[in-house]
Design a protein around this ligand. Structure first.
Ligand SMILES: [Zn+2]
Length: 323
């Protein structure tokens, strides 16, 4: 290994939007509670800073590196990843990445494109941003009685630990949605709340997600278009036929779109609780070459390519300094 051996920092982005760009209906001055979008100008500045300081890895370099060639990267290197197939990612690629010669990794759930149904997670985000502090009670009121909120001190403590960036009420709701409530129930209640607000779900999809033409364009421009599950359910919460169906539907969609099987998968939610316990077995079973988590840190030689580390945009300054 050379003195400046390769190491790879994966940085993750979700929403990159200005005020008023979040929703189908402009929520005006409503704060983005629990969503943490990045402003387009902040994103451009962060990319400039990273590209000044580090080598920006190409997909081919990153793949060779994670497969064990420590010299495939010239030193500390960065790759930018974008989860959830959000509409604004096309703008980000065209306006910021491509002029700088940077290629990104775009991880796409297929349900919105295939079924014209939004992911529960984005419906919940939109509702939270739109209803603000009224959201937890409105959501609770539509739940079947057995799932309504009761005293759960242990769950609330866990929620605050897992979501330190959120206020108490938001953290508890996120925790219940991700851990306690059946995903079908969450999805149905979120759709009902959208309908109550006069939002058509197909229109919500069209505004929120990249369509197939935009995804084809990203692929053609040399970006990675990778797997992120069909319905964006944590793989750890699916098993047997449900897991097969979800992952294979996503793979088939991406194969149809790009002409090849996806090599990269970003585990939905990315945290320990959401990643398959046997990540390598999972990847081998479904034909993925590499899996990306949201466990924090630099990927140094020897890191399992089935459990690659990745940081969120708000951790960049702290972690980049530890190269
Ligand atoms: Zn995601």
């Amino acid at each position: 290994m050379s003195a400046r051996a390769g190491q790879l920092l994966l940085v993750n982005y979700h929403y990159i939007r200005g005020p008023g760009e979040f929703s189908v209906r402009d929520p005006g001055e409503v704060r983005f509670a629990g969503i943490h979008p990045m402003l387009p100008a902040e994103f451009a500045a962060q990319v400039r800073m990273l590209a000044d300081q580090f080598h920006m890895a190409s997909p081919a370099e990153a793949r060779a590196f994670v497969e064990g060639d420590a010299d495939a990267l010239p030193g500390p290197s960065v790759a930018l990843t974008f989860d959830d197939g959000l509409a604004e990612h096309a703008r980000v690629a065209a306006d910021v990445l491509e002029p700088a010669g940077i290629r990104g990794w775009f991880f796409v759930p297929s349900k919105p494109a295939v079924e014209r149904r939004a992911l529960a997670v984005h419906k919940v985000h939109w509702l939270r941003a739109t209803l603000g502090p009224k959201f937890p009670a409105a959501f609770d009121a539509l739940l079947p009685p057995i799932w309504r909120r009761g005293g759960d001190a242990k769950g609330e403590a866990a929620a605050r630990r897992i979501y330190p960036y959120d206020s108490g009420a938001d953290a508890v709701l996120k925790y219940r949605i991700n851990f306690t409530l059946p995903q079908g129930v969450v999805d149905r209640v979120a759709s009902e709340l959208l309908a109550v607000g006069g939002i058509d779900e197909a229109q919500f999809c069209a505004r929120t997600y990249l369509d197939s033409a935009a995804l084809r364009r990203l692929n053609k421009a040399g970006h990675v278009v990778g797997a992120h599950g069909h319905s964006h359910t944590a793989f750890s919460r699916l098993s047997g036929e449900d897991l097969d169906r979800d992952v294979n539907a996503n793979r088939a969609f991406l194969r149809d779109l790009t002409g090849t099987d996806p090599y990269w998968v970003s585990y939905p939610y990315g945290r320990d609780w959401a990643v398959p316990e046997d990540a390598e077995g999972f990847c081998r079973r479904f034909g993925f070459g590499a899996g990306i988590t949201l466990a924090t840190g630099w990927n140094r030689p020897g890191q399992s390519r089935f459990r690659l580390l990745r940081i969120n945009t708000n951790e960049v300054n702290e972690i980049a300094a530890a190269a």
